[in-house]
Design a protein around this ligand. Structure first.
Ligand SMILES: [Zn+2]
Ligand SMILES: [Zn+2]
Length: 217
């Protein structure tokens, strides 16, 4: 069984669709002036930087607690796969950091490290309570919280979600962690797909594994 974060199919999209359908946008790039072409290409580059940092963040978040990665890829189907289903192991902090490492590292490229809005948490917690979880990061975290603390009200689970988020931001804000994310993101951008041994050659696993205990209360 492979544990994977299916980062290309976020249920946040389903949440948006339930209100206003997203319309495909077709742009004739050749007809745009130089300035608008430039801003379009800059927007694509910003998105690409966010995606590669997001996938690198999952890998590094898992590596902080010694977990290995089978592969990571970007391109049209960005995701990370681990050699075991992380949700068979109900060890809260490592699973939360591996899950949130993606959106936190991706958000850092946009200088936005705010946790998901309350309505996004509520939507995914309700979905997890109904047993209908998917593979997006929000579904994964909601499932973890519901399995471990399902007897608590949603407001308390949302507090736990935000606490894990803050902890992940603190970890990924550390220079040595950011360096590993950046190295891996650069390699992913070039290679598109990296297997576990390639990842191990790029990141400094022993150094990463020394990080979390120093932050533990
Ligand atoms: Zn993700
Ligand atoms: Zn989902």
């Amino acid at each position: 069984m492979i544990g994977a974060y299916g980062c290309g199919r976020h249920c946040g999209q389903a949440l948006r669709k339930s209100r206003a359908p997203l319309q495909p946008v077709v742009v004739n790039v050749g007809a745009l002036g130089d300035a608008r072409q430039g801003s379009l290409f800059r927007a694509i580059a910003v998105k690409e930087a966010e995606v590669v940092a997001h996938e690198a963040g999952h890998v590094v978040g898992a590596a902080l607690y010694g977990r290995r990665t089978l592969h990571a890829q970007v391109g049209h189907e960005p995701h990370v796969a681990f050699d075991e289903d992380p949700f068979r192991c109900r060890w809260e902090e490592p699973l939360a950091v591996a899950t949130l490492g993606g959106p936190v590292a991706g958000g850092m490229t946009l200088h936005n490290v705010a946790p998901p809005p309350a309505e996004v948490m509520t939507y995914h917690l309700a979905k997890a309570r109904a047993g209908g979880t998917g593979t997006c990061d929000e579904c994964r975290l909601a499932e973890l919280l519901v399995v471990l603390h399902g007897d608590e009200p949603d407001a308390r689970l949302a507090e736990r979600w935000r606490a894990h988020w803050r902890h992940s931001v603190d970890l990924f804000d550390r220079l040595e962690v950011r360096c590993q994310v950046n190295k891996l993101a650069r390699a992913l951008r070039t290679e598109i797909h990296l297997d576990g041994s390639a990842i191990d050659r790029i990141i400094d696993r022993p150094m990463l594994e020394r990080v979390p205990p120093e932050l533990a209360p």
